[in-house]
Design a protein around this ligand. Sequence first.
Ligand code: HEM
Length: 497
Amino acid sequence: MSLLLILAVVLLVAYLTINWFKDQPKTPLPPGPSFLECLQITWRMLRKNDTHLIAEDLRKRYGEIFNIRLFSSNLVFLNSSRLMRKLFASGQYRDVTNDRPWTFFGEHICYDCRMMVSRNYNQMFVKVRKLIHGTIKLYGDGIKVFEDMVNGEIKILQKELENSTLRASFDLDNALKVSLIRVIHIFLTNERPTDSKECKYICETIVNYDHSDNEMYNSFLLNTCPWVRFLPGRGRQLYKGALEARDRLINLYRNPSIAKRMESSGGGLLGKLLNEAEHDKDIDETTIKGVLVDMVSAGYLTTKGALSGFFLLMLYYPEIQRRIQEEIDDNIGGDREPSLDDRSVMHYTNAAILECLRFTSHVPIGIPHVARVEIDVEGMRIPANTTMLTNYWSANRSDEYWDKPNVFTPERFLDGDGKLLPSEHILRSQLILFGVGRRQCVGESFAKSRIFLYVTSLLQKFDFLPGDNELAPLDSTTWKADTVMQPDFLNCIVRMR
Ligand code: HEM
């Protein structure tokens, strides 16, 4: 037995060594750690999910681009906004860099990669993206329907906050969670949950699913060793949990009663998809399910992570909270609801939101891209089928691009007159939060609008204070290293203004 084991190890090392040297004479790959260090990194990535922290260490050594050799494949990290734009958005490369690599989660949980996030860039992808975009636009920037829908939900949240003002510890994290899930539910169905029981069921279902997605999507263990799902242990547990969570989610949105209502009303994203499916055979049941799971994970957790991070910052920086409130008082006042039209004059608030997204970088590594063919970039070779990771964490927090990156400073995005820097300003354009090019986040305006309305509506009416509550660490390096990160808890005192 032990002889067999030794033989297996010798063969594996021989295979890896041959693979390592086989490519050496050609145009060089991007620089990266040695063979032995790659093995160590692989081992760490198999045990932990903290790819962004590994990447930041390596970025300090290798700069804008580096390559980690994993077993026989390459994993190229892009650590600057300049390279991300060049590779994903420029005419020179964009036709061959906007596919997605295979993922365990995509194939085994999300219907053989039929969700939009996992599709390769092709005609069908463009069709599905257009469909989603059309619905999001309906709820997007400046559109009254969107404002009314979100403001309705914010009012419910404000009522809850009003009732909690005497409490020494209010769970703001949970309140934000419920409110944002209600918004996503309305976005999908154009229906509000009928009562608290239904709302609780919807919340549990979405939270369960997102929990699995968040842990599994970028799980190096499952992506490199998919067979661990057959062995007892963590991999199998994650896999089984995710399947159950997905089935419960699908049952919530595809049960016969809701399907009938959606088909006849045509409301929400679900109704729109069903109507489309009637005359387009490409929009089949699996595609509908794929888009549903996509929207639930991409649409809720990302915005929740952003808002939890924002309100944690407000607890740490009461003077910044006060400055935002002054801006609200001066421009909106206390009597009317904030509206998306107010954004153009709320310079400090906009700067604080941008700085929060930069400072926490709660989506540290983007959704992976894959090279369709071998590409040459700046004298380096990225072989066909190489996975390319966007390291937003380093691009947004490195002291090479940012002055004192570990200090939360909304002013960095303001000019001398206190106005928000224009989007083409170097600091704004090097801040990449939603990706660039053909795979840029389809929900960007939906997310930004919601964040603005939640921040202004809550700070208009309430002060948020730590009181005697322990605060989660502000340093997002210590947050759980999931695909979307957020503080563990957000307990505070809420006071009416
Ligand atoms: C603060 C909130 C959000 C952040 C930081 C964020 C960030 C991102 C990033 C970094 C990507 C990957 C871009 C790439 O592959 O290069 C992405 C893709 C995506 N996002 Fe978002 N997102 C947010 C909110 C949303 C919302 C609200 C929705 C939907 C309603 C959404 C739907 C999607 C979808 C479907 C994709 C995949 C696009 C594709 O594969 O072509 N996101 N997002």
